[in-house]
Ligand binder design. Sequence first.
Ligand code: CP
Length: 315
Amino acid sequence: HRHLLGIEGLTAPEIISLLDLSDGYVDLNRGSDKKKDLLVGRTVINLFFENSTRTRTSFELAAKRLGADVINMSVAWSSIKKGETLLDTAMTLNAMHPDVLVVRHPDSGAVQLLAEKVNCAVINGGDGSHEHPTQALLDALTIRRRLGTLEGLLVAICGDITHSRVARSNIHLLNTLGARVRLIAPPTLMPGKVERMGVETFHDMRKGLKGCDIVMMLRLQTERMQGSYVPSTREYYHFFGLNQDKLQAAKPNALIMHPGPMNRGVEIDSDLADDINRSVIREQVEMGVAVRMACLETLNSNLMAARLMQEQACQ
Ligand code: CP
């Protein structure tokens, strides 16, 4: 693959290969010398049209640890504010010969559109409610390192499924690696016909969490709810917020996950988020750097192979 636009379409061996590569980077990142020179001479541009703490920072760290030059485009200070379009912005950056563009955009499909126009590799850092592939990979790495495998696990993804790119990428990945997925959401936040994706759906937390190995909580994406029903946070927490009582339904050692940013007291009880025995939320962040290093390495190898083939064809 030249780009990483989504988990949909990746095969199990491709996902496993990225996870295996990431494992090595976890060890590197925990050591005192965190540098490798695999991407020396390469340029990575982070182009984020939406806010980000984890994804943008970890891509920057990942690229720098591999020796690349990194530019963080601040959309707020760019010519987008003067009316330049997404594609004109992308083509302007493309003219400066970057090797990788990491793009986050509020519109589903925008990153693919951009990838079709530029010469470099493109990584989707989250597009609307469509996909967030590196989030699903880091979630999978976290689970695999804790439980050894994803095959046969029962994973509950809970909350605002309708607006969640994290949910969509995770459903594709978990299905591909043989886990079973349950979605738990109020009817207003459950997309129609989602069962076609091979998942079970629930509107009751205790019923949905029964016997689960993994409890993955999602944030209410109020920024994507313009014009539609926005639940009151108190009512939402009462029915769908994860607390000790609801968690009792899951397996006794079930892991608690959250992609962040989390809203304590809305989708998750603050003490559970910090429970060092059950919550792996900080581990997910750590795995994010390793996974992004693996993705950059893999796309760089693919890019180099494609350029070599092109050169040989021209000779
Ligand atoms: N999980 C995630 O994408 O976090 P950020 O929005 O902080 O990047």
